[in-house]
Design a protein around this ligand. Structure first.
Ligand code: CA
Length: 219
């Protein structure tokens, strides 16, 4: 039975989803907060994840970045009450694979989940004991050390950490860090990266490298 991770804070919708997913033959792992999702999904390694955007302790898109940065690469379906276009684009930049706007039909959910499960990648080894992102506090945490980040720094670093060893292009970083379509100069992006590097230095983390003229790379 495929594990489906669900993070939704509305208790009524949570129980509807739990029942519906079981009826569809899935094994749901259902939580109500971003903090619980990071713990429970990290253990269960779901094959697909369903995330509400409006969570009590974090933005679901920041949760998605944190899950990706923690090495969970299962497809993500966002649930959202918002249908503004910029929110959808920002969701995809945060690493989402699909979207459902509330209220939605359970048949529609089933069809979308089946499609996502068909392209589920092989489970990854996970990030081990490396640094993790905390979407509730917008912080990078490693053991007892915690580096507070601004929301923009969090999204920028999350986008980089979500694809370790890959060169992330400047325009992808800008789209992830400034999701509302702000005009951001090259200098601004570079100075944000400088600030993040400075914050990570005390932990001995020097993992952001510059790829001149292209973008940046984590590790
Ligand atoms: Ca909600």
């Amino acid at each position: 039975m495929p594990h489906v991770g669900v993070c939704e804070d509305d208790p009524a919708l949570r129980s509807v989803l739990t029942r519906a997913l079981r009826a569809m033959g899935h094994d749901p792992v259902v939580v109500a907060t971003a903090a619980e999702a990071l713990r429970a999904f990290g253990r269960a390694r779901p094959e697909v994840m369903v995330l509400d955007i409006g969570l009590p302790d974090a933005d679901g898109r920041d949760l998605c970045l944190a899950l990706r940065a923690a090495g969970l690469d299962a497809p993500v379906l966002f649930l959202t009450a918002r249908d503004a276009m910029h929110d959808k684009i920002a969701g995809f930049e945060a690493g989402a694979d699909d979207y459902l706007t509330k209220p939605f039909d359970l048949d529609e959910l089933r069809v979308r989940l089946d499609a996502l499960l068909r392209r589920t990648p092989a489970p990854s080894a996970g990030a081990g004991d490396g640094p993790v992102l905390d979407p509730a506090r917008h912080a990078l945490v490693r053991g007892d050390d915690e580096v507070p980040l601004t929301p923009t720094e969090f999204r920028l670093l999350g986008r980089l950490m979500a694809e370790p060893s890959a060169v992330v292009r400047r325009n992808a970083l800008v789209a992830a860090a400034w999701p509302h379509g702000a005009i951001v100069s090259d200098n601004t992006l570079d100075s944000y990266v400088r600030r993040i590097r400075k914050k990570l230095e005390p932990l001995g983390l020097t993992d952001i490298s510059t790829v001149r003229g292209v973008g940046y790379r984590w590790q």
